[in-house]
Design a protein around this ligand. Structure first.
Ligand SMILES: [Zn+2]
Ligand SMILES: [Zn+2]
Length: 266
């Protein structure tokens, strides 16, 4: 099995209009969507974003005829303790190949809303964001991948020195992930669109120092043209740290595949 992009969105997410078929045209390998499950999303007046599972099934069945049986289904769970019961209820009622875990809000505020800059000093934000993350990982152990560990910090320009002050918190987070076979995502949007590659270069060896071995590459694409975004650079970066394999999940079972960019010949 070859690696496949484990973080992508289609029109089943509130912030994408893309058709799954457009992704299918771009690769002959497995395709997995990770649509948003975000309850009380501050970005859209605290409405719930719940993927329409039934409609997704209908679309996948149709596409299978032309593109083959290679569609998997994941979900990106935006975790907050206030939404815990609703999240668990939804996850338990639907079958997924992959659960991606994210922290998109502090409760009332989305971390990528500009008002975050007024609400928090960076130091306080990092303290609270990583506390939320540790508690969320402990409470939602079934997650397979931690997405964009830096999401909450994207609105700020964070230096490695500033992040390194939170190394103890990060180590606790990574230890908890390792206990549960949860992979660390290299998020292409964070690294190459929000300029946080340096933060990943810092955390990869920290994660490895406490025993972390599971890595995932996620483009976080919302348009088909971003499938596998900058994977060549991310593969090269992991090579530098001695990584040889990537983690993929099917029916939430961990598989290891060689570290390579499956889309590099496209
Ligand atoms: Zn996200
Ligand atoms: Zn996403």
């Amino acid at each position: 099995m070859k690696y496949f992009d484990q973080h992508m969105h289609t029109h089943f997410s509130y912030d994408s209009k893309e058709q799954l078929e457009n992704y299918a045209k771009k690769t002959e390998g497995y395709l997995i969507t990770t649509e948003h499950l975000d309850f009380k999303n501050p970005f859209i007046n605290y409405q719930d974003n719940i993927p329409d599972y039934q409609q997704q099934s209908i679309e996948i069945e149709k596409l299978k005829v032309e593109y083959g049986d290679r569609f998997l289904r994941g979900v990106e769970v935006g975790y907050h303790p206030d939404d815990h019961d609703q999240i668990i209820a939804y996850i338990n009622q639907h079958a997924f190949d992959l659960l991606v875990l994210s922290f998109h809000k502090d409760g009332p505020n989305e971390f990528m809303d500009e008002n975050i800059l007024q609400i928090y000093h960076l130091e306080k934000l990092m303290q609270e964001y990583f506390t939320l993350m540790l508690e969320g990982i402990k409470a939602f152990k079934q997650a397979n991948i931690l997405a964009h560990f830096d999401y909450g910090l994207r609105m700020f320009d964070v230096t490695i020195d500033q992040l390194a002050k939170h190394e103890d918190q990060l180590c606790l987070i990574f230890q908890e992930m390792i206990k549960n076979d949860m992979a660390l995502e290299l998020n292409s949007k964070s690294m190459y669109r929000y300029g946080n590659k340096h933060l990943y270069e810092y955390v990869i060896p920290v994660y490895q120092s406490v025993g972390g071995q599971l890595f995932s590459l996620g483009s976080d694409s919302h348009v088909a043209s971003d499938l596998g975004l900058h994977f060549d650079e991310s593969v090269a970066l992991l090579h530098q740290f001695g990584v040889k394999e990537l983690a993929v999940y099917i029916k939430q079972i961990l598989h290891k595949v060689p570290l390579e960019n499956p889309y590099s010949l496209i």
